[in-house]
Design a protein around this ligand. Structure first.
Ligand code: C5P
Length: 217
C-alpha cells in the first residue's frame, strides 16, 4: 500500500523572523508513518517543522508554509492509496509577509490575515480515488464538529481528538481518538501511547482498503 502522511504544523511568515504557527509536535503523524512502515507500506511523509527524527525508510518531503503543503499534497496524492492529513494546517496567514523585520511599536498593532486554502476540501475527484483520512482536533462539541468536517472536507473517515487538556493530543506522547466514518459508523481508540493509537489506526485503514479492493473485484 502507498500512503501519504502529512504531519506537524505549518508556519506562516509575518516577517523574516516571525511566524504564525500552532502547538502540533508531529508525534501523531510520525507514529502513523512508522506504523505504516512496520506493515510494509511505502510511505511518503510530508512534514512541517518539528523537533523529532523522521523514520529513515520514509520518503521525507519537508514543507514550511500551508501553500507548500498544498503543493506537496497535490503532487503526491495521485500515486497514493491512502492520504492521511494529520498536519495541523494554519487557518490563516498574514495577508502580506513583510520583507524586512517589523519594528516594535508602542501602540496596539493589528495584522491583516487571509484564510489559507483548505487542502482536503481542494482535492479534485481524481485525487480522491485514494482513501482520504482527515483529523479533527477539538476543544468542544467533538462529535458534531468532527462529523461536519468529515462531510465538508469529503473524507472517508475523520480521526477526532479532544485537545482541551494537556495529558493527551497536541505535544503529548498519548492520544485517545474517535474515528467517524462517512457511512455513519464510529470506532473508539482509548488512551494509549501515540505509537499504539497509530497501529490501531493503520489496522482500520488497511481493513477499509481491503474492503474497497474486494468490492472492485
Ligand atoms: O478545519 P480543521 O483545521 O479543523 O480541519 C482539520 C483537517 O483538515 C485536518 O485533517 C487538516 O490536516 C485538514 N486541513 C486542510 N487544510 C487546511 C486546514 C486543515 O487540509 N487549510
Amino acid at each position: 500500500m502507498r500512503i501519504v502522511v502529512t504531519a506537524g504544523p505549518t508556519r506562516e511568515p509575518i516577517d523574516p523572523v516571525r511566524f504564525i504557527s500552532n502547538r502540533s509536535s508531529g508525534k501523531m503523524g510520525y507514529a502513523i508513518a512508522e506504523a505504516a512502515l512496520e506493515r510494509g507500506d511505502v510511505v511518503t511523509l510530508i512534514s512541517g517543522p518539528v523537533a523529532i527524527t523522521p523514520p529513515k525508510e520514509a520518503a521525507l518531503v519537508q514543507i514550511t508554509t500551508s501553500d507548500e503543503l498544498y503543493a506537496a499534497v497535490h503532487q503526491h496524492v495521485r500515486d497514493a492509496d491512502v492520504l492521511v492529513m494529520c498536519a495541523a494546517v494554519s487557518d490563516y496567514k498574514p495577508t502580506q509577509a513583510a520583507t524586512r523585520k517589523l519594528e516594535k511599536q508602542t501602540r496596539d498593532f493589528s495584522l491583516p490575515l487571509t484564510p489559507t486554502r483548505d487542502i482536503l476540501a481542494s482535492l479534485a475527484r481524481e485525487d480522491r480515488s485514494c482513501l482520504v483520512v482527515g483529523f479533527a482536533a477539538e476543544t468542544h462539541d467533538l462529535e458534531t464538529r468532527a462529523r461536519t468536517k468529515l462531510a465538508r472536507k469529503n473524507c472517508d473517515m475523520i480521526v477526532a481528538n479532544d485537545v482541551s487538556g494537556t495529558d493527551l493530543g497536541m505535544e503529548s506522547d498519548y492520544n485517545a481518538v474517535t474515528v467517524f466514518f462517512a457511512n455513519g459508523d464510529r470506532k473508539q481508540i482509548t488512551r494509549a501511547k501515540k505509537r499504539i493509537v497509530a497501529r490501531e489506526l493503520m489496522k482500520i485503514i488497511s481493513e477499509m482498503i481491503e474492503k474497497r479492493l474486494t468490492k472492485k473485484t
